[in-house]
Design a protein around this ligand. Structure first.
Ligand code: BGC
Length: 267
């Protein structure tokens, strides 16, 4: 693989499984040193680090709750102590706690907002503070820093029964656009990737059930579920200088799910 991220340091939150794990491995293959954040799955994080090291890359694992200010600050300290630098933040950590509104507890509302939205705030604030102070490093990247948020098709598509999740992702859209507007003139690039139905642990109850897959495929014009690699390729491109002029936008990686496929032959 081309070393498009040579001499760069990346922090990937929620990198013990799923999209975060795949992204961490992709960035390491492209030459980045990777800080692998996890919340509860220590084994998964260790496996991400080992996979990267086996391939000749550099990585370490660090536990932190992205919704906890002190733990996030501590995590950034650890990254700077270990690699003396940061070039890329992949704000990926996210959870689902599904229920229709009338059955949703305040606890599950707050937990999803805290992880998926406050986590994005705390991590990007720490990264941006550093990027602003440091500026562009000649010969490393044309940008002073890159922030990539893992959003979802549900930043746009309403999702009955998942109102906390949809509200967090919808909020993340304007968070990302506003932050980009704030810092683009400092050459800090901020963007989102919005995956559709990608086969990871978050939705395995669906893709492990043939009947549900058949229904789900009706929502995906490209007619297959996504793989983590489909998303990682795009994240890698957004993290590299190849996308230098891309600012404040969302790239949907969803096989066409956001094209309202219910309207095919309908409406
Ligand atoms: C959710 C998945 C879901 C997909 C498409 C993602 O953001 O986390 O559970 O399969 O959106 O609906």
């Amino acid at each position: 693989m081309e070393k498009s991220l040579k001499n760069q340091v990346a922090l990937v939150t929620g990198a013990s499984s799923g999209l975060g794990k795949s992204v961490a491995i992709y960035l390491a293959r492209a030459g980045a040193k990777v800080a692998v954040n996890y919340h509860s799955d220590e084994e998964g994080a260790k496996d991400t680090v080992e996979t990267i090291k086996k391939e000749g890359g550099e990585a370490f694992a660090h536990r932190a709750d992205v919704g906890d200010e002190a733990e996030v600050e501590g995590m950034f300290e650890k990254v700077f102590d270990t690699y003396e630098n940061l070039d890329i933040l992949i704000s990926n950590a996210g959870i689902q706690k599904d229920a229709p509104l009338d059955e949703m507890t305040l606890k599950d509302w707050e937990l999803v907002i805290k992880t998926n939205l406050t986590g994005a705030f705390l991590c990007s604030r720490a990264a941006v503070r550093y990027f602003l102070k440091r500026g562009v490093v000649e010969g490393v990247s044309k940008s002073a820093g890159k922030v990539i948020f893992m959003s979802s098709v549900h930043q746009e598509i309403p999702w009955a029964g998942h109102i906390n999740y949809a509200a967090a992702k919808g909020g993340l859209t304007e968070f990302m656009r506003t932050l980009s507007q704030e810092v683009a003139n400092k050459l800090i690039r901020v963007n989102s990737v919005a995956p559709g139905a990608i086969k990871t642990a978050i939705n395995e109850d669906v893709w492990k059930d043939e009947k549900q897959v058949k229904e789900l495929l009706k929502l995906i014009p490209y007619n297959r579920l996504g793989e983590p690699e489909d998303v990682s390729e795009v994240v890698l491109w957004l993290a590299s200088d190849k996308s230098e002029y891309v600012n404040g936008t969302t790239i949907f990686v969803d096989g066409g799910m956001s094209l309202y496929p219910g309207f095919i032959g309908n409406g």
